[in-house]
Each structure stands twice: as structure tokens, then as C-alpha cells.
Design a protein around this ligand. Sequence first.
Ligand code: ZN
Length: 200
Amino acid sequence: MATVTGVDNTNRRKFNKEEYLERAREREEQEQEARFKSKSKGPAVQRKPLKHRDFEVDLSSRLGKTQVVTPIAPLSQQAGYYCSVCECVVKDSANYLDHINGKKHQRALGMSMRVERASLQQVQERFEILKKRKVEESFSEQDLDARILKQQQEEEERKRERRERKKEKKKEKAAEENAEEEDPDVAALMGFGGFRSSKK
Ligand SMILES: [Zn+2]
């Protein structure tokens, strides 16, 4: 049995623990109810994990082309990249790529941003596919030799052309000087020497 020791003669505020405990319980119940209600509003949407894109993203087909754009044109024909899934226009290719890789777009396609964990078998299969692709795409050493040879020939050709151009210029200059020496008046009258040498 508890024995009362002394009398409480302070003016401090005392907490009625039981009352507050009861209030807390009520609040918790209300919160839980609210949570349940908000959940029952729409069933939790189960979205598929991210999937590999099975098409090429076309970013460059309209590169360098001119297009007339009017403000009353439908969204799909306005300037920029149109996303038919979200029905929006993105202004440039970088942002378009960001958009189609983004959460909003993937969500519209029914995918969450979560990635499925690959199994060991899947990884091994992927390695096999990549190995095969590598063999097909790789070029032999002969190819490399041929390419080097071709490049050397092109370089040689360029050098030859440069040399010829230099020679021609020298000739022109010499002809100019000769002309000036022979009759400087005519050359001065004409104002330029190129006319004569170009006739040659
Ligand atoms: Zn989109």
C-alpha cells in the first residue's frame, strides 16, 4: 500500500498521465483509420520492373532539316521532340532522352524504376550473346592493314597536291615579276598581275 508522504503544495502543472494516454490512443486509432482509407481509395498499383528498350531511339532523323512551326499546330507537329505516350513536347534531344528514361514516362508505360535482379543464368546468357556479337563485329588484322595503307595513300595524295599548288604559285609569282620587269607600266595600269598568269 502506498503511503502518502507530504502534501503537494506546489503550483506546478501536473500531467494527468492516464488522460493523455487515452488521448494518444485515440489519435493513433484515427491515424490508422485515415491510412486505411487512403489506401482503399485506390488499390496499390503493381508496376512491372524496368525493361530493356526493344527499339532504337530516333534522335537524329530530323537533324539539319527545316520545318515551319505555327503555334496552332497540334502538339505532335510543334518544335521539339514529341512524346506520344505522355503527350508532351520536349525541346531538345538531351532532354527527350532524359524524359523517356525518366520516372514519369516509365510510369505511364506501366513500369516502376525498380530493376529486376538478374539471375546467374541470365547473366551467363547475356555474356554468350555479347561474345557472339563481338566475333561478328570484329575486324581482322588484314582489315587494319588495309585501312592503314589506304590512309597512307590518302596522305600521300594530299601532300602531292600541296606540292603542286606550291609550284604553281611559284610559277605565278615568277611570271608576275617578269612581267613587271619587262614593262612595269602595263602591269601598274592593270593593277594586278594575276590576269596574265591565269591566261597561261
Ligand atoms: Zn513520355
